[in-house]
Ligand binder design. Structure first.
Ligand SMILES: *[C@@H]1O[C@H](CO)[C@@H](O)[C@H](O)[C@H]1NC(C)=O
Ligand SMILES: *[C@@H]1O[C@H](CO)[C@@H](O)[C@H](O)[C@H]1NC(C)=O
Ligand SMILES: *[C@@H]1O[C@H](CO)[C@@H](O)[C@H](O)[C@H]1NC(C)=O
Length: 343
């Protein structure tokens, strides 16, 4: 009681001081202070109050005692969606621990809602090399994230095992080709290993336009770094992917291939779409410099000729050696040798 009285007293006192200042002509300063006070005292950050754990509510997923033919379609908007999610990971995750938390995920990283027919059939492709810890953090988060959305999906990791420079575009092409052999996917998500989605209303299904999902990344202050940015997490329907002849195979090292993909889309007279910035939010996992993924000095030169090259450089000229295809509890592992960077 005493404390409350004191606070009230201070508040009243402040108001008197403000009034005096106001009458003496300090209008701007006074309104600034009042704004700061009202935003910090009067509105508790609502996001904190409703942010849920990515696994919360999923224990309600249950199989119906129905034959497959009798299952209803999943609703347009999943009842498990809760909006902004807390992003946190237990330390030292193991594959078994993550698998235990995701009892409905089948070998190879496959999931289908057990109680309804999914509206989206999505392959998630992750280009990969030497980021085991990030991969587990992403899997820990992405599996329940996608189950909240009642999507039928499989997670594919495309592991570049050779010692040549990293080639994201080519790995994504390999992922597309191999994933389409496994299933007639209607939507392909191309997903960097270090991006964690923060809002489950960012639904991983394709629309009629190529999708750029990573609109707001914390590393870029939750803003687009530039208007045509098409990096991080993107999605295409297979028909659109084939129309642009897939992705470039000749960007070795960091950078450029995402701008090339964007150019291919524009050159084919398509537009890109994005979720609202409040939905397309991502946390980027921190890492040091990756050996074998140096900034590609040729990227600007290559980009200047995308319009000439795109028909002769892409899925129609892709060559690689698939060394193995293994199903783990949480993903399908395509291991590839991409060859050397002479191409
Ligand atoms: C499922 O339904 C069948 C017949 O409709 C019934 O015989 C069976 O006991 C049910 N199983 C469960 C687990 O409820
Ligand atoms: C890559 O380099 C490592 C060590 O330098 C070597 O053990 C491995 O065999 C090489 N892999 C290939 C595919 O050449
Ligand atoms: C994929 O499989 C290869 C071959 O067994 C293995 O060397 C590699 O570590 C695996 N990668 C991942 C990410 O599981």
């Amino acid at each position: 009681m005493v404390v409350q009285c004191r606070v009230l007293f201070i508040f009243l006192g402040l108001q008197v001081v403000m009034m005096v200042l106001y009458h003496q002509g300090y209008h701007h300063q006074v309104s600034r202070v009042l704004n700061i006070l009202s935003s910090s005292i009067l509105s508790p950050t609502p996001a904190n109050l409703i942010m849920k754990d990515v696994y919360s509510g999923l224990e309600q997923i249950q199989a119906l005692n129905l034959t497959e033919d009798d299952l209803p379609s999943c609703p347009k908007s999943s009842p498990f969606l809760s909006g902004p999610l807390k992003v946190s990971f237990p330390l030292h995750l193991t594959m078994d621990e993550i698998a235990q938390k995701n009892p409905w995920v089948q070998m190879g990283g496959h999931y289908q809602p057990p109680n309804c027919w999914a509206l989206h059939h999505t392959a998630v492709i992750i280009p990969y090399r030497a980021r085991r810890k990030h991969l587990y953090q992403l899997l820990y988060h992405l599996h329940p994230f996608l189950q909240r959305q009642q999507i039928h999906y499989t997670i594919y990791v495309v592991h570049q095992i050779d010692n040549n420079t990293f080639n994201r575009g080519k790995l994504l092409n390999v992922g597309f080709k191999e994933a389409m052999k496994e299933n007639n996917w209607q939507c392909i998500y191309f997903h960097d290993v270090d991006l964690i989605p923060e809002d489950d209303r960012n639904v991983y299904g394709c629309s009629v336009l190529p999708m750029h999902s990573a609109v707001a990344i914390d590393k870029f202050q939750y803003k687009l770094p530039y208007q045509t940015y098409f990096g991080g997490v993107t999605a295409l329907r297979p028909t659109h992917y084939l129309k642009i002849n897939g992705f470039p195979n000749n960007y070795w090292g960091w950078g450029g291939e995402d701008d090339d993909i964007a150019s291919r889309i524009f050159l084919n007279k398509m537009f890109i779409t994005r979720p609202p910035a409040a939905f397309g939010r991502y946390r980027m996992l921190k890492h040091g410099h990756d050996k074998g993924n140096e900034v590609n000095p040729k990227r600007f030169h290559l980009l200047s000729s995308t319009h000439i090259r795109w028909r002769r450089n892409g899925i129609n000229t892709l060559n690689y050696k698939l060394l193995s295809k293994e199903q783990t509890q949480l993903y399908t592992n395509f291991t590839v040798n991409l060859g050397s960077s002479d191409q």
